[in-house]
Design a protein around this ligand. Structure first.
Ligand code: NAI
Length: 488
């Protein structure tokens, strides 16, 4: 729509159901609740205007309301077309004190099952702060911080500004993906309406905090190319993020997604996991836990050796394709499952991706395969009947299936990730002067703080160093306990 809307969710009446889930999640997110306790009175994020692009789930609702409790203003979109939990989005829009008739929450633009056009429209909405500016009688029109997951919000600002400087958006290249053509159309429309929009927004932004491996890759690339416009904190590489969410989170949400989508027994079957990084490790462990025989592929000899020592067969997908019942991509790379692989799979094998983007599986090739037929079993579960007489089951159209077919990682693990997010937002807001236009990770002492905040809930009894022990191993009694390059 051309006219401004205050928010856009599927169904506001789901707010009560969402609020119940948020209430239960709060009890499972001790890190975020501790930050509310610590900073709720001083409100150090006062003045911060955060544009958030991250899966609009129940856990994200607790993150959003924590940012608000610390004084921030927030606008939000999901970072995936299938990952929104509509009841969580409704509850956030209504807010803890609002009603369905009089919503008083955060402007959220997210619903499950967006089209790609709607997705990029929603992402644009988190940058339009004209309503807030009018209410405050302020000059600014955009946010001053980004909280990103996968880098789409960051991409919009950087690309939009570059095209504004060039004075034009280039013609859509032949062979561009459908999604990229939508991004270019979005920027073309914005350039026509306001040729300085992204330039102004970029100038106001103090920094971005990035949630995931793929988004972090994009940030380092921007920096390498000399294009990064503001400081970035890589939240993913906090130990309490990637070594927990990516691994233990997926260990929970991958089988959850497989069960909800197919209800197919994993025990005794052959599951193939592409990639043995953090997400791959959690995936393989979950599948083995269900009794599947797990085969792993890797391009990195270190990870391949790790997988072998963890007891998995390590093979190329081509070599074993005719044995595979489930193939799961976790690489963050493209073209990992090709059309030939799909054609080589057993009848009714399951094809699923948990890496950030949908290009790990050649969906475009499948969609244009002559004679292939797509049958919807239910939303986000499709049987593809192949010309060879077999069929495969593709989950979430090749997008993150743990969020598309299930509800993503559980609250407790996301509390670790999101406590890092809030600390990173605080850093960029309160200590802006300390940061250059580079990519940072949080200091280890804050990483340890995040872990510390989650110990009591699990009944963990931590051993304390004596001063003599501390000086013997050369660390302060109160931490940090490890050198920066320690690998955990
Ligand atoms: P990582 O870098 O630790 O692991 C990826 C692994 O894939 C690496 O070991 C790499 O050597 C391997 N790899 C790359 N190309 C390959 C190929 N062609 N064949 C086999 N292996 C290959 O990254 P991490 O943290 O495990 O993340 C992986 C992806 O999952 C990223 O896109 C990330 O953004 C996403 N992610 C998804 C989550 C979810 O909830 N579904 C949660 C966290 C991350």
């Amino acid at each position: 729509p051309a006219t401004a809307v205050p928010f856009q969710v599927a169904e506001l009446s789901l707010a009560e159901a969402g609020r119940h889930q948020i209430r239960l999640a709060e009890n499972e997110m001790p890190g975020l609740m501790a930050l509310r306790e610590e900073y709720g009175a001083s409100k150090p994020l006062t003045g911060a205007r955060i544009a958030g692009s991250l899966h609009m789930t129940v856990q994200t609702a607790v993150l959003i309301e924590t940012l608000v409790a610390l004084g921030a203003q927030v606008r939000w979109a999901s970072c995936n077309i299938f990952s929104t939990q509509d009841e969580a989005a409704a509850a956030v829009a209504v807010g803890p004190t609002g009603t369905v008739e009089q919503p008083a929450g955060v402007p959220v633009f997210a619903w499950k099952g967006e089209t790609l056009e709607q997705y990029w429209w929603a992402t644009s909405q988190i940058f339009d702060w004209s309503a807030e500016a009018a209410a405050a009688g302020a000059e600014w029109t955009g946010p001053n911080l980004i909280l990103d997951d996968g880098g789409d919000a960051t991409l919009l600002v950087h690309t939009g500004r570059e095209y504004e400087l060039a004075g034009a958006v280039p013609a859509t290249p032949a062979g561009a993906s459908h999604e990229w053509s939508i991004v270019l159309d979005t920027l073309r429309a914005s350039l026509a309406a306001d040729p300085q929009r992204w330039t102004r927004i970029a100038a106001d932004i103090q920094g971005v905090t990035e949630e995931t491996t793929t988004g972090v890759h994009r940030l380092y690339e921007l920096h390498r190319e000399g294009r990064l416009l503001f400081p970035a904190i890589n939240v993913n590489d906090s130990v309490t993020k990637s070594k927990f969410d990516n691994k233990y989170g997926i260990r929970h949400s991958l089988p959850d997604g497989l069960n909800r989508a197919t209800d197919m027994l994993m025990g005794g079957k052959v599951a193939f996991v592409c990639g043995y990084g953090d997400v791959g490790k959690g995936s393989a462990e979950a599948l083995r836990g269900q009794g599947a025989r797990v085969i792993v592929s890797e391009i990195d000899p270190i990870n391949a050796l790790q997988a072998a020592m963890d007891g998995y067969q390590v093979a190329r997908l081509d070599s074993v394709i005719d044995q595979v019942d489930f193939v799961i991509t976790t690489t963050g790379n493209k073209d990992v499952v090709t059309l030939d692989h799909i054609l080589g799979l057993k009848h009714q094998a399951v094809v699923a991706n948990v890496g950030h983007f949908d290009n790990e599986i050649d969906m475009a090739g499948l969609e244009s395969l002559p004679g292939a037929e797509r049958v919807e079993i239910k939303p986000q579960v499709h049987e593809w009947r192949l010309p060879n007489g077999r069929s495969v089951l593709v989950l979430s159209e090749g997008r993150l299936m743990n969020l598309g077919n299930a509800t993503g990682h559980p609250s407790f693990v996301m509390s670790n990730s999101f406590t890092n997010q809030v600390l990173a937002q605080l850093e960029l807001w309160v200590n802006r002067a300390a940061y250059e236009d580079r990519v940072y990770v949080l200091p280890k002492i804050l990483d340890e703080k995040v872990a510390r905040l989650h110990l009591a809930a699990l009944g963990v009894e931590l051993t304390e160093l004596t001063p003599e022990q501390a000086s013997y191993i050369g660390v302060p009694v109160e931490g940090p306990y490890k050198v920066d390059h320690y690998r955990y």
